[in-house]
Design a protein around this ligand. Structure first.
Ligand SMILES: Nc1ncnc2c1ncn2[C@@H]1O[C@H](COP(=O)(O)OP(=O)(O)OP(=O)(O)O)[C@@H](O)[C@H]1O
Ligand SMILES: [Mg+2]
Length: 383
């Protein structure tokens, strides 16, 4: 036994504890979840080697959970064992059709359960994602021009530089000409969409051709490059892109298109952390409130959502913004004309004006995001 991790999702504490204790005694590591949504959040953060899921759970049941996992590339191959008091053929069949590999009826015979787990894990192909996986932060905005790309570029530079060194990739998923390349003074010769058309698996050399290097150490990849290119990449392509980038980088910062279209929702599901950027203008705050509701509905656990207020222009009082959003911002960035100067020079502010006003705030944001990710990783690996 290699100390594989088993996630146990059951709304009954006594069941979780009984099975958990038995599996830990057998040498497995365990992570607990008390409903399907809780399990999904933990799995997205760190996929376990096997999922043991109760069928009847509040918020999101085991069947919904299995379907959700099977439909997402990063989690599609996780062995799923379903546990249920419902043992009628119809119920067992719906378990299998939701994606279960095994369906076990309660009350469980622990020794048999363990044998089934051992067997499922030993027949599993070598993990394709055995390579260490970088953290994905998605930068979202509900309204245009609120500073999203500016923050993503500066957080990237801070992670790669003063807080690093770390391998950082900025992934620009906006339609063409939306900032990231310009703010870094780079001109992409080929986009991910073009590269994927030539090599659907985005092999090493293909990816090398797409990645542009900036002096701060950041690498940049753009989703699309020119008007008239095919529309946004489909979910399967986005999955390939995210997987390849996470293999190579410690941090992947996705600068997402405005709002929450389907492609952005796919990125959100795969993200370890979602950073929602808003200005203090009423229209932006209203739109951001709506976006946060929609993130909740995905469902995206609130612990994986971070709000940042970029006060780039006059707007509402801070207290009013916080009250409208019902969230404490992780960072507040004040207005600075230096940002425009830095952007025009193709240099992130944190790299060129270290220690100056807004550069300090931007670095603080990077520190805060990094800590949130480290805390999450700590929770997910706790047995
Ligand atoms: N705190 C700030 N102070 C002054 N100017 C700022 C601030 N934050 C951003 N800006 C400026 O606001 C403009 C818009 O910023 P940015 O392009 O980062 O926004 P965005 O949300 O990514 O926009 P889009 O919707 O076009 O992607 C830029 O010119 C940027 O330099
Ligand atoms: Mg932008």
């Amino acid at each position: 036994l290699g100390g594989e991790t088993i996630l146990i999702a059951d709304d009954e504490y006594s069941v979780r504890e009984m099975i958990g204790t038995y599996l830990r005694d057998a040498g497995y590591r365990t992570v607990m979840a008390h409903d399907g949504a809780d399990a999904l959040a933990a799995i997205t953060l760190r996929p376990p080697d096997l999922l043991l899921a109760d069928v009847n759970m509040p918020v999101m049941n085991g069947l919904q959970l299995a379907m959700e996992l099977r439909s997402t590339g990063r989690t599609a191959a996780i062995p799923i064992m379903m546990l249920s008091a419902l043992g009628q053929p119809r119920e067992v069949l719906s378990g299998y059709s939701a994606g279960a590999d095994e369906y076990v009826t309660k009350p469980v015979e622990l020794e048999v359960l363990l044998a089934k787990i051992d067997s499922l894990l030993s027949r599993r192909p070598a993990r394709p994602d055995a390579a260490p996986s970088g953290r994905l932060i998605a930068f979202l905005h509900a309204k245009g021009g609120v500073g999203t790309t500016t923050l993503a570029v500066n957080v990237g530079a801070a992670l790669a530089g003063s807080l690093g060194p770390a391998r950082v990739c900025l992934l620009d998923l906006n339609p063409p000409f939306c900032g990231a390349a310009a703010y870094l003074g780079l001109t992409p010769a080929i986009s991910l969409t073009e590269a994927l058309a030539a090599d659907g698996q985005l092999g090493g050399e293909t990816l090398d051709g797409v990645l542009l290097a900036h002096g701060t150490g950041i690498r940049l990849a753009v989703g699309r490059r020119q008007e008239g290119e095919p529309p946004a990449p489909d979910p399967a392509a986005i999955r390939v892109v995210l997987e390849r980038l996470r293999e190579r980088f410690d941090y992947v910062l996705a600068d997402a298109e405005i709002g929450l279209p389907a492609e952005v929702a796919d990125v959100v599901r795969a993200a370890d952390l979602v950073c929602v950027v808003t200005s203090a203008a009423r229209a932006s705050v209203d739109a951001t409130r709506e976006l946060l509701h929609r993130l909740d509905a995905i469902p995206l656990a609130v612990e994986r959502q971070v709000v940042v207020i970029d006060r780039l222009a006059a707007g509402l009082e801070l207290g009013q913004v916080i009250q409208m959003l019902q969230r404490e911002p992780a960072a507040i960035v004040t207005h600075s004309d230096l940002l425009a100067v830095a952007a025009d020079n193709g240099e992130p502010l944190v790299a060129t004006y270290r220690g100056h006003g807004v550069a300090v705030e931007l670095e603080q944001l990077a520190v805060s995001l990094k800590h949130t990710l480290e805390m999450q990783a700590g929770i997910a690996s706790r047995s």
